[in-house]
Design a protein around this ligand. Sequence first.
Ligand code: ACO
Length: 433
Amino acid sequence: MAKETLTVTDNRTGKTYEIPIEHEAIRATELARIRVRPDGPGLLSYDPAFMNTASCKSRITFIDGDRGILLYRGYPIEQLAERSTYLETAYLLIKGELPNAEHLAQWTHNITMHTIVHENIKAFMDGFRYDAHPMGMLVATVGALSTFYPDAKLIFDPESRRIQTHRLLAKMPTIAAFAYRHAIGMPYVYPDNALSYTGNFLNMMFKITELRYKPNPVLERALDVLFILHADHEQNCSANAMRSIGSSQADPLSALAGACAALYGPLHGGANEAVLRMLQGIGSVEHIPDYIKRVKAGEVRLMGFGHRVYKNFDPRGKVIKKLADQVFEVTGRNPLLDIALELERIALEDDYFVKRKLYPNVDFYSGIIYQAMNFPVDMFPVLFAIPRTAGWIAQWLEMVQDEEQRIARPRQIYLGHAQRDYTPIDKRPEPRG
Ligand code: ACO
């Protein structure tokens, strides 16, 4: 018998059940011991959108939403943003510990050596329309990667998992940059392996005719910090998609395409793009009160505000705000910043937002920085997907090796028709309305 239990009494039968509590949770399957009908299935728990259901045990990322704490493998996000690099943080997330100098050098080398994509990927990308959204191109091209690497199917082979990890981390920036270059009709730029992870990404995005692209070190570092902040966020919508797809034993490249698709939506990784479009739509500080009125009337959302988990502040938002100043010193101030600052000021004093615990999230300011760095707005979700690759892989690796996991298959509460006989077409009633 577990030390801590929850006692549940079924008022219909008077029966009492002792349900073990472990890690501050009960197993939903324990509820199945409670019979709803003598011949029927056991009691289900109903939790649309997983508001209060843990789907796994994890050792990767910890969030305390009330206190605004985010830890990767125990390390506070603020310390990693200050002192680590994206590739080191990716190592930490994926392998569980910070690397020593030798391991970091080997890891960096392994990822750098996989940055080139097969030439057919270029031909594949050429097939997209000139105005294709780069996130759509990313989703499709990452999915197509699995056709280039059929060995990715060997998900129980540690060596295959290791190689897919290097491939994904290395090729995401290349595919992302190619999507952008396709959209603007510029030639694709091959990776420059002498540059850092983010320096090379800037090179593939923005190189024109110069022999060697030299990234601005402030912007290169700012992008690296943004990548650290976006690297993982425990069981969010896209991590859940990665795990759910992976649970059918699909290869990680296909699963990651699905995770990218989940990230695309405006309530998740598409929020940074939605924030920018919202700020552009508001246009000037005088229009803010009107916009707030529309938010409160439920006509629109204040994009970049609110979070399923953070109910106090988003620690990533605080780091980003500081970063913005450093970036604007190089790029000049983004005029949208004034609108964002005023919007934040008004919202934080307004009862509607205070009551609902709505605070700026990571994406409220990230778009303004990206725009100042010359990234077009439709690249913003892509800029989220690149670093989140580390988190998706870490989540997938944990899931594949977790003996408790099986194919993800939720139950449902069926409210449709009971069994009925097929009606021939000439006997069916006229459609109503
Ligand atoms: N603007 C206005 N009202 C909001 C907002 C918002 N951004 N977010 C939540 N609310 C209100 C809801 O209308 C609801 O009010 P009600 O109780 O009167 O009906 C209440 O706050 C609770 O909102 P839910 O939608 O139930 O909260 P949930 O946890 O499901 O949603 C989410 C979280 C999706 C992030 C939501 O806050 C939102 O849509 N934010 C804007 C989009 C955004 O910035 N997404 C990025 C999230 S961070 C990330 O993915 C990196």
